[in-house]
Design a protein around this ligand. Structure first.
Ligand code: DGJ
Length: 366
């Protein structure tokens, strides 16, 4: 059954999180910001995510990127569409009906611009484009102006390229590969070399700004088989050509990165379309690697589905040192607008982080 608008009576003031339940904004409408990210500016959190619509077609970008604001993380004000898709038949690469996923926004202190990155697939072409879109704005809530969409790091080898990649056989460009898990397309296919000149594929993605102001694009590349971590240009609108390959052949999707006490952490999923799968985690002393896998961070997740969700962001809570919230999506692909949000506290032990289920919780539980 398609739930119309997912709206109810006016929203009540809330003081807790209820993972997986409907989450109403200030207008009493279920929040529409899927596979999102967060930015904290001048005392407010801003949540950006995919605006989904009803039905299966609602997984396509029919509106754009939605923005909400909050001072307390429980109660959210609808700030409208921050980046709108262009009208149908406009010949724009971001026209209505394209695939526009996992938007993230960061602020560049030198240019004073808000910079949004997202995974873009031109309309009607499935997932083979694997482009990275960029849009900028002077105001956090937008409107964002689309500036370009490209493959990543064209013409550059990664820092950890091997001689074999440079000289090995290159697979044909016409060959298509399924979403995949091993051994669908192992490293020996040399997809890295195939895409060297035209640029690397980038699908699921996130952004991370380090303490020194350098920003990174973290994306599933090489037909989803390998995660790339790439330094952005100083203005955050381009790749710099400096990047590394990580978790080769592990098919990591949905990357979410955070830093704690000088160490970098990643949470990721496996690669099973809209169906949830077992979470993965990793730690590194340097953002460009080497990364060490730590295993599934979810405790008591008996179905091994990341509590029926998929990671999108790990949010540092403002004013609370070393406290973080896991943000995940519980997809509802047959009626995309009904996708839910699973937010849970992140715990730490040694160099590991952990996530446990709670039916209801609040920031005092951190
Ligand atoms: C899993 C990804 O994590 C999502 O962002 C989306 O691309 C779906 N696959 C599409 O099947």
């Amino acid at each position: 059954m398609v739930i119309s608008m997912l709206s109810c009576s006016s929203a009540k003031y809330s003081e807790s999180f209820t993972p997986g339940e409907l989450w109403k904004d200030n207008n009493g409408v279920h929040i529409n910001a899927h596979s999102g990210g967060m930015l904290f500016v001048n005392g407010k959190y801003y949540w950006f995510g995919e605006h989904k619509t009803e039905g299966e077609e609602g997984n396509l970008a029919n509106a754009g990127v939605h923005c909400y604001s909050s001072e307390d993380l429980y109660n959210w004000v609808d700030e409208g569409i921050a980046l709108a898709v262009d009208p149908e038949n406009s010949n724009s690469i971001i026209e209505k009906g394209c695939i526009l996923e996992r938007p993230k926004v960061i602020f560049n202190t030198k240019t004073k611009k808000y910079v949004m990155w997202f995974h873009l697939e031109p309309k009607g072409q499935g997932y083979k484009g694997a482009l990275s879109g960029v849009a900028i704005s002077d105001n956090i809530t937008g409107p964002y102006k689309f500036i370009h969409a490209r493959r990543a790091n064209a013409g550059h080898w990664p820092l950890n390229v091997t001689e074999w990649h440079k000289t090995g056989t290159i697979p044909s460009k016409g060959q298509s590969y399924g979403g995949g898990s091993l051994p669908a397309h192992p490293d020996s296919l040399n997809i890295l070399a195939r895409d060297m000149m035209d640029g690397q594929m980038a699908r699921d993605m996130t952004l991370f700004v380090d303490d020194d102001g350098k920003a990174y694009h973290i994306y599933s590349s090489e037909e989803n088989s390998t995660l790339h971590i790439a330094l952005l240009s100083d203005d955050y609108t381009n790749h710099s050509g400096i990047y590394t390959r990580n978790f080769v052949g592990r098919f990591m999707e949905a990357p979410a990165m955070f830093k704690r006490d000088g160490k970098y952490y990643l949470m990721m999923s496996g690669c099973t379309g809209w169906s949830p799968n077992q979470a993965r985690s990793a730690v590194a002393d340097s953002i460009l690697g080497e990364w060490k896998e730590l295993g599934d961070p979810c405790i008591g997740d008996t179905t091994k589905t990341t509590f029926h969700s998929q990671s999108t962001y790990i949010l540092p809570v403002q004013g609370k040192r070393n406290q973080y919230i896991y943000m995940g999506d519980r997809w509802h692909p047959q009626n995309a607008i009904d996708g839910r949000y699973v937010w849970l506290p992140v715990d730490f032990q040694g160099e590991h982080f952990f996530i446990r289920w709670r039916d209801r919780w609040n920031l005092k539980d951190l």
